[in-house]
Design a binder for this molecule. Structure first.
Ligand code: NAP
Length: 455
């Protein structure tokens, strides 16, 4: 027993990081705790619903485990609640002993090169939001009508997702949960060649082996690895010796390199040692990408060669990493895009912990790592929280339902776990009754989601 009162904790963010934190808390031995998880989306599961690509149902299976966690009566869900406008930190402190921020990262990291604002230059996160049917994304994606050659910058798994969705046909994706507007939008995509650019070599890509291998599973796609820049320095050899998964990635790349294209209608090209330096435009539209050819410097990093190459592409997708939103009323480290923290406590600008305020997941350590990694992250944060509990003041209001009344009094149209179950069933029935029956079809407009969830 760490404290002799019933403890109440708010978790802001209902993605895997927040749900794992709630799970670990409620399983803490000797602790009598209830947890409320808030999210600005009307639905739970964060990037699993609005980040994982629709043709990756295997990853979405994680939702089943998260559902089991949420079925615990000691955990409640409040969706459609926007931290900063509907509720502030001071409000939460009045109802909860501690607040854990698990707000993740949903924006594109800035790429500061000329031409980035041209028509046809897109952030990958925006595209992902669109094809995943996020309510705040525009309903239509403005595919450039002549964009047959398209560039994707960055060789992480988001770059792979974007390249794959651009290279697949709309009909191939019709077996997934994509909403109608996304299917209709994808039909306007005329891309035949997606060029994915790595600024370093093959041993430095951030792909994971399974996701890379799976690229070739579509009958409409040939994967073409180009030999220029396909090189390994001493740092590369060390990296491959240290990490089995990186070795596997390079093995898959090598297989693609050796393979003759089958003549499929779409190609995903992977180019190494090409650092994007400018997006070229004409009449405000993308007409090309300029890269500087780089060479490995012995450590696995690269230096520029002073030689440049222009690629005739009509659209550029920047998949160079996510960036977190600054949370109102909290400090923010703009360099790394995280809440300043010591591994769990959120730190004020003078480096002292802010009493009762914690961080976990991507807002704590930056947008890297797979979903499972957020579990160990949450364990570290919750351990700190539980150790602090005896010295944390009890909140002014301890009654559980007082928070619901507070939201009601502010006119916040929050959704609940039962509401999510209604929406979940509704989406499943939309899928089952579609002209192309499938497991689910997503509802997109926020007001429609909220009204279904609120019955
Ligand atoms: P990421 O893995 O960090 O990859 C970012 C890529 O962008 C790197 O190749 C990086 O190259 C490159 N980059 C960064 N700045 C650049 C610049 N200025 N110019 C050119 N290239 C630049 O990020 P992510 O793809 O957004 O993925 C985030 C996390 O989500 C990862 O852990 C990923 O595995 C995970 N995820 C998983 C899946 C899945 O299906 N399993 C799907 C999506 C995301 P350098 O290495 O040279 O910096």
């Amino acid at each position: 027993m760490t404290v002799d009162r019933k403890v109440r904790v708010a978790v802001v963010g209902a993605g895997p990081a927040g749900v794992y934190a709630a799970d670990i808390l409620t399983k803490t031995e000797g602790l009598d705790v209830t947890v409320d998880i808030l999210d600005r989306d009307p639905t739970p599961f964060g990037l699993i619903r609005y980040g994982v690509a629709p043709d990756h149902p295997r990853i979405k299976e994680i939702i089943k485990a998260l559902k089991r966690v949420m079925a615990n009566d000691d955990i409640r869900f409040f969706g459609n609640v926007n931290f900063g406008t509907d509720i502030k930190l001071e409000d939460l402190k009045g109802f909860y002993d501690a607040v854990v921020f698990a707000t993740g990262a949903r924006r594109d990291r800035d790429l500061q090169i000329p031409g980035v604002d041209l028509d046809g230059s897109y952030g990958a996160a925006d595209f992902v939001y669109w094809y995943d049917g996020h309510p705040d994304a525009p309903r239509e994606w403005d595919f450039q009508p002549h964009a047959k050659q398209v560039a994707v910058l960055g060789v992480g798994n988001v770059g792979l997702d974007v390249a794959r969705i651009l290279a697949k046909t709309a009909d191939e994706l019709l077996v997934t949960e994509i909403p109608d507007n996304v299917y209709e939008g994808l039909k306007k995509n005329v891309t035949t060649d997606v060029h994915v650019f790595a600024r370093r070599g093959p041993a430095q890509v951030k792909f994971t082996p399974m996701e890379l291998r799976e690229l070739s599973h579509s009958p409409t796609i040939d994967v073409v690895v180009h030999p220029e820049g396909y090189e390994f320095d001493h740092g590369s050899m060390e990296a491959l010796a240290a990490a089995k998964s990186q070795k596997l990635v390079v093995k898959v790349l090598g297989d693609y390199l050796a393979k003759e294209p089958s003549g499929a209608p779409h190609r995903i090209h992977i180019h190494f040692c090409q650092n994007p330096v400018e997006i070229l435009g004409e009449d405000g539209k993308v007409v090309g990408l300029r890269t500087e050819i780089t060479e490995l410097d012995g450590t696995g990093n690269v230096r520029g060669t002073g030689q440049f190459k222009d690629w005739p592409v009509q659209a550029v997708y920047r998949a160079i990493g996510y960036y977190s939103d600054n949370l109102p009323g909290l400090p923010f480290d703009a360099n790394t895009g995280v809440l300043p923290n010591d591994g769990g406590h959120v730190l004020d600008i003078d480096g002292t912990p802010i009493e009762g305020v914690y961080a976990t997941g991507w807002i704590k350590r930056g947008p890297v790592g797979l979903i499972g990694h957020t579990k160990s992250d949450a364990a570290q944060t919750i351990k700190m929280l539980v150790e602090d509990l005896p010295k944390l003041p009890a909140p002014e209001v301890s009654e559980r339902e007082a928070f619901d009344r507070h939201l009601d009094s502010r006119g916040v149209e929050y959704t609940t776990w039962e509401g999510w179950e209604r929406l979940d069933a509704h989406e499943e029935s939309l899928g089952a009754n579609d002209a192309h029956p499938r497991e689910r079809k997503k509802v997109v407009p926020r007001d429609e989601m909220v009204s279904i969830a609120r019955g």
